[in-house]
Design a protein. Structure first.
Ligand code: MRU
Length: 349
């Protein structure tokens, strides 16, 4: 099943195709995006979401713009660059979105097919990175909880839907399942848009991995009750000092894990660590619309017009993290200072 891909350049014109995550798990529908505005709306409305999947979508979005405008004249190139700039800031927190856009733009001088090849390379690279990071995280989890199959807890969705092939945090949990080392996953439902209930449960069920769903506020209680051996989460942006921005609800799980002395493991591509964001206080946390909290499925859950606080993410301080596991390393507060090995990067965001 294609999560994000190039749909070709048929008589309907060039298009990016993606699995509409808003419709899951009820329906598997593909969206064909033929304009940059449609692609940006798909990102904003979470038809596609999850940091690495946003990076892949951003790269294919630049390929779409290059096919729509061409690259033969300075005016056309300027139009592609303007479109790329709008795609890169469609959501502000996830690092890979801006990087995927920037990477696709590197091929602009060589024409639309080269930009498309670059977008495909971004997707292939994500799969390679995810495979390495999830294997390392699964190894670490088995080392930390060596004596029995592991009871994991996770929030939001960090499987292939969020990342392209392989997943990150949920990918590590699925690796444990493949190894026969997973007893159970507790999946937090992830209010308000229910990425845990709708998407993580769907992916766990498809993999045949034992799981239960819980409301977000039951996560810390489950940890305190001794029902969880380790917490696995992804990341949208990791500051240079190790502070981690991830789905709202992550911080309370980190606090509970620290209080109970169980591992809190972040699994993310190395590129998520942003050398240009010194600390968590510098991370721009996306604020989303009030209707996401006031309503569900068209039903009003509160008084009409109730003012709402709806941050998409929270920031977990590095000292609550056991390890940030990437394709290159496991970095924890106890390990020697490990600044990102990534050189200077250009991100459009
Ligand atoms: O708002 P979303 O659904 O895009 O949030 C996604 C998350 O918070 C994920 O945990 C994060 O992007 C990492 S995906 C491997």
């Amino acid at each position: 099943m294609r999560i994000v891909d190039w749909a070709g350049d048929d008589e309907g014109g060039p298009a990016v195709v993606l699995l509409d995550q808003r419709a899951l798990p009820g329906a598997t529908e593909h969206l064909y995006l033929r304009t940059v505005d449609e692609l940006i709306e798909a990102i904003r409305s979470l038809a596609v979401r999850g940091a690495p999947s946003l990076g892949i979508t951003g790269a294919f979005g630049v390929a779409l713009a290059a096919h729509l405008h061409g690259t033969a004249t300075p005016v056309a190139v300027a139009a592609v660059r303007a479109a790329a700039g709008r795609i890169a800031v469609a959501r502000p927190t996830a690092v890979p979105l801006g990087l995927g856009v920037a990477r696709a733009l590197e091929a602009l001088d060589d024409g639309p097919p080269a930009v498309l090849a670059q977008a495909r390379a971004v997707a292939a690279e994500a799969a390679r990175v995810n495979a390495a990071a999830t294997a390392r995280a699964a190894d670490l989890a088995q080392e930390l909880c060596a004596d029995r199959p592991l009871r994991a807890l996770t929030v939001c969705n960090t499987g292939p839907l969020a990342t392209g092939d392989g997943g990150t945090a949920l990918g590590a949990v699925l690796r444990l399942h493949e190894r026969g080392a997973l007893a159970e996953v507790l999946a937090c439902e992830t209010r308000p848009l229910l990425q845990g209930a709708r998407l993580t449960v769907w992916e766990l069920a498809a993999a045949g991995a034992p799981h239960r769903l819980c409301v977000d506020s039951a996560g810390p209680a489950a940890i305190a009750s001794g029902l969880v051996d380790a917490v696995f989460v992804g990341a949208d942006r990791i500051a240079a000092n190790g502070d981690v921005a991830n789905k709202i609800g992550t911080y309370m799980l980190a606090c509970a894990a620290a209080r109970s002395g169980i591992p809190f493991v972040v699994v993310a591509p190395e590129e998520t660590i942003d050398p240009h964001t010194p600390t968590g206080a510098d991370i721009v946390v996306e604020q989303r619309g009030a209707e996401e909290v006031r309503e569900h499925g068209g039903t009003l859950l509160t008084l009409p017009g109730t003012p709402v606080y709806n941050p998409a993410f929270d920031v977990t301080p590095f000292d609550l993290v056991t390890a940030i596991v990437t394709e290159e390393r496991a970095w924890g507060p106890g390990s020697s200072p490990a600044p990102s090995t990534a050189g200077p990067r250009t991100a459009l965001a």
